[in-house]
Design a protein around this ligand. Structure first.
Ligand code: FES
Length: 204
């Protein structure tokens, strides 16, 4: 999909800023807003234009670094999401999207879409935060699993922890019993050939 991105450009804190409109192409509807900006920057660089500076860190909706004003709204048109979790499917193909920095007197623009957050940092350093229990993953020790499955998982961990080739490393959900049996055999063979192989893991 294609969009017109009307973005705030400002060389530095003292320079006068202005809007520039760029045409960005080849954006997937499932791309995040920041990925769209990445694509825009890639296209700008290829044309010899300086890329747009913007803040980001986790890109997982956790850190809050990606604060932007999109179409006049903090974080854009979707509700209760950070800009990095805003997706291009929320915009009509061909739309003109206005992107501004998250600016205020306390957060002056440093460059383009990046603001100086020193004022906020000072508040945090002074202990100006609250503790909120927002939930967390359940303690793994509280999740009971059948004994056989636990044994198989330990075998997989033993193989991964050993010097077996990387091709054996697979996400847990992809672990299959025949493959584990093969890992176990290969590990036994390796152990019999090389007694210095790390052997802290459990063998059957
Ligand atoms: S980059 Fe961390 S919340 Fe968006």
């Amino acid at each position: 999909m294609e969009y017109n991105v009307k973005v705030w450009r400002q060389k530095n804190a003292k320079a006068k800023g202005h809007f520039e409109t760029y045409h960005v192409t080849d954006v997937e509807e499932d791309a995040s807003f920041l990925e769209m900006l990445d694509i825009l920057n890639d296209q700008l660089i290829r044309k010899g234009i300086e890329p747009v500076a913007f803040d980001h860190d986790c890109r997982e909706g956790i850190c809050g670094a990606c604060s932007l004003y999109v179409d006049g709204r903090a974080h854009g048109p979707d509700d209760a999401v950070t800009t990095c979790q805003l997706f291009m499917r929320h915009f009509k193909p061909g739309a003109t999207i206005t992107v501004e920095p998250w600016r205020s007197g306390a957060f002056p623009v440093i460059k383009d879409l990046v603001v100086d957050r020193t004022a906020f940092d000072k508040i945090m350093q002074a202990g100006g935060f609250i503790t909120v229990r927002a939930g967390s993953a359940q303690d793994g020790n509280n999740i009971l699993i059948p004994h056989d499955d636990a044994e198989l998982s330990m075998d997989a961990a033993a193989c991964v922890g050993s010097d077996l080739p990387k091709r054996h490393i697979a996400p847990r959900q992809h672990i299959k019993r025949p493959l584990l049996a093969q890992w176990r055999d290969e590990r036994q063979t390796l152990l019999s050939q090389n007694h210095s192989l790390h052997d802290s893991a459990i063998l059957p």
